[in-house]
Ligand binder design. Structure first.
Ligand code: KIV
Ligand code: NA
Length: 265
């Protein structure tokens, strides 16, 4: 395998090749995802929802993110592995942000970190980049700020927020970030951002005129029946398939059908 690097992603944008990205939080899923040819694996703090059952991304800790990230890294041969800095691990000051990033890089072996926010965290991003750690930005709907927003609806529909988002994206590029995620913003605005900067813009609920797409893997595999935003395309109905398989197993055990003669020693 030729490994994907931050440089490959910037070249992909320059060549007009779209970037594919999915989340993964564990060894088995990461191995399947990498083997299927994904470009970027995000160890997202969505692990807080998907893996741990929390209502928001706020409770997950840096230690827990490192546990997920090291499991993913052990499986991956080709993809670039990016890890979210969790809520509370970078907002206090740039030194804390760098310390948390160093822990992720050293203890998990991942290749880059992602932080939510623009101008508010400029100094932290600078500090991390100066240490040689690649940074992916994240603008638009930033779920760690859910209690400020009050809702998970589309962001930057109004002029002032849209203008700040464009300025923030330009700032991230200027600082030296290698890519930026845009979450749940109007497709028109996402297109303007993608055309305004030379680093890749990876969208989730941001339309098709950006440089790549990201989804939460459990959502696109249809493992979650409750979450149905417009931007989500389901490639499987694993919720139904798994329920069928598990209930079949239950009835086979109850009916003394499993194990049979050939399934014993
Ligand atoms: O944590 C996550 O899954 C994310 C993606 C949705 C971009 O940040
Ligand atoms: Na995230």
């Amino acid at each position: 395998y030729k490994r994907i690097t931050t440089r490959s992603l910037i070249e992909m944008k320059a060549n007009g090749e779209k970037i594919s990205m999915l989340t993964a939080y564990d060894y088995t899923m990461a191995g399947i995802t990498d083997g299927a040819g994904i470009d970027v694996i995000l160890v997202g703090d969505s692990a807080s929802n998907v893996m741990a059952g929390h209502e928001t991304t706020l409770p997950i800790t840096l230690d827990q993110m490192i546990y997920h990230a090291s499991s993913v890294v052990r499986a991956v041969k080709r993809a670039l592995v990016v890890v979210d800095l969790p809520f509370g691990s970078y907002q206090s000051d740039p030194k804390e942000a760098l310390r948390s990033s160093i822990r992720i890089m050293k203890e998990s072996g991942a290749h880059a970190v992602k932080l939510e926010g623009g101008s508010e965290i400029k100094d932290s991003i600078k500090k991390i980049l100066h240490a040689g750690i690649p940074v992916m930005g994240h603008l638009g709907l930033t779920p760690q700020s859910i209690y400020k927003f009050g809702t998970y609806t589309v962001r930057a529909k109004e002029e002032a927020e849209a203008e700040k988002l464009i300025q923030d994206a330009k700032m991230l590029e200027k600082l030296g970030c290698f890519a930026v995620v845009l979450e749940k913003i109007p497709a028109k605005l996402a297109k303007v951002v993608a055309e305004s900067i030379s680093i890749p813009v990876i969208g989730i609920g941001a339309g098709g005129q950006v440089d790549g797409q990201v989804l939460v893997i459990h959502d696109m595999l249809g493992m979650n029946n409750e979450f149905s935003p417009r931007f989500l395309r389901r490639y499987l109905d694993l919720y139904t398939e798994m329920t069928k398989a598990i209930s079949q197993y239950v009835s086979d055990v109850k009916a003394k059908d499993f194990p049979n003669e050939n399934e014993q020693y």
